[in-house]
Design a binder for this molecule. Structure first.
Ligand code: AMP
Ligand code: MG
Length: 409
């Protein structure tokens, strides 16, 4: 049985970025750019003023105060009409192109603000308050490499360089198949022994959260024909996720039917809890995840295996949430041998994350998942964890409550 790390390596080495599509710039937000971006011109495009003030020749201001004749005015967006002659100044606004002849800008605050003549009252250094052409990004420079996540700063650069359409990696269509005779769809009458097919929806939500496209296939009933039919359909997507039917029960058909359909199984158990009965295979280069059916196990195995794999398919280079340190505030015992994923609530105190068990850690208890801010990874080789122990966590979502010390305590 592979360890969690081994299993995750197998998953990630089985997937690769999908093809490329071209989308309009705002649709590119949160996507990954698929080509290098080379600056098609200098940014800024020309030398311009960094201040509202006067374009001058520094040499004319060698002795302070210096009085200069004002021979023009260039507003932002305005055009250069004349040059700055010796003994003269041109009034200029922030961002306006620099006229020829000058080599410095004097901020209006360092002058008397005159319109006909201006008196400069502070020393002037050559090149001061000028933004030079290309000083931010030079023409021809690679500003973004393929594989870069597009966030607002990238949008800003793309827009500045006139890129209305952006090549990005395609979003995978991810088929979701639930299995089990006990399942009913949301909206159907609930009777004892039945449960709502909630996994399809939680998986779809998790898929949407990372920007991939869910395709809900419905329910395969606990017979081979039903599994076969639904799985065939699922294998046409970019990835297939099944839930339940993957343990050792006599009705657990997922592995067998996937095998029959040509899916190559890479592993079918993992040394972790929850998530032990997780299987993974590949079909024509596409990943097939068989997740355990318990809603908590389904969500945790999605988080740990499926999420990073889908991110990689979408071209992301950074596919893992960072592991950060937290101080455990609850006692927890487990059998040694398996890596445990503990659902915890977080607070922030004494400059550190404080991790409290979010309650009953039985995989059948969904409420504890609801209350969890993070997952703590409790190493396989240890069995007793005590308040004060440092543990690795990764944060699921949301911000953390900041506990201020009360009355200086
Ligand atoms: P199984 O692996 O088929 O034994 O299922 C494990 C547990 O997960 C059982 O308690 C199922 O009722 C539950 N379960 C299976 N599929 C779903 C689903 N689609 N939504 C919610 N719970 C499920
Ligand atoms: Mg079942």
């Amino acid at each position: 049985m592979p360890t969690f790390d081994e299993a995750r390596k197998m998953v990630l080495s089985s997937v690769a970025p999908l093809g490329v599509e071209r989308v309009s710039i705002l649709e590119a937000q949160g996507r990954v750019i698929a080509d290098d971006v080379v600056a098609p011109w200098d940014m800024p495009l020309c030398d311009n003023s960094a201040m509202d003030g006067y374009a001058v020749r520094a040499a004319d201001c060698a002795t302070i105060p210096a009085t200069l004749r004002v021979t023009g005015y260039i507003p932002a967006g305005g055009e250069v009409t004349g040059e700055v002659a010796p003994g003269c100044a041109i009034r200029i606004m922030t961002g306006a192109p620099l006229p020829p002849g000058c080599d410095a800008v004097v901020p209006v605050e360092e002058t008397d603000g005159g319109k006909e003549t201006v008196t400069v009252t502070a020393p002037v250094a050559a090149r001061q308050h000028i933004r030079f052409a290309g000083e931010d990004i030079a023409w021809g420079a690679t500003v973004m490499e393929a594989g870069t996540l597009i966030r607002p700063p990238e949008i800003s650069v793309l827009a500045s360089f006139g890129k209305a359409v952006v090549p990005v990696y395609r979003r995978p269509r991810v088929a979701i198949l639930s299995t089990g005779d006990e399942l009913i769809e949301l909206g159907e009458p609930l009777t004892p022994g039945k449960i709502v097919n909630s996994n399809a929806l939680s998986l779809a939500a998790s898929i949407m959260e990372i920007g991939a496209i869910p395709q809900i296939l419905g329910i395969a009933r606990d017979n081979v024909e039903s599994h076969r039919e639904k799985m065939r359909e699922g294998l046409t997507a970019d990835a297939l996720i099944t839930s339940a039917g993957v343990s050792a029960g006599d009705r657990d058909l997922v592995r067998d039917v996937l095998g029959e359909l040509g899916v190559t199984q890479l592993f079918w158990r993992v040394d972790m809890k929850p998530g032990g009965p997780t299987a993974f295979g590949v079909y024509e280069g596409k990943p097939v995840f068989s997740l355990p059916g318990n809603p908590v196990s389904t969500m945790i195995t999605f988080e740990e295996f499926v999420r990073p794999a889908l991110l990689r398919m979408m071209g992301h280079r950074r596919v893992f949430k960072p592991l950060v340190k937290a101080v455990l505030q609850s006692e927890f015992r487990k059998k040694p041998g398996k890596l445990h994923f503990l659902r915890v609530r977080l607070t922030w105190a004494d400059g550190r994350y404080q991790a409290y068990s979010s309650g009953d850690q039985n995989t059948g208890i969904l409420k504890t998942m609801l209350l969890a801010d993070a997952i703590a990874l409790l190493p396989a080789d240890r069995n007793v964890f005590s308040p004060g122990d440092e543990v690795d966590i990764h944060i699921l979502s949301g911000n953390v409550e900041m506990l201020e010390p009360v009355n200086g305590e």
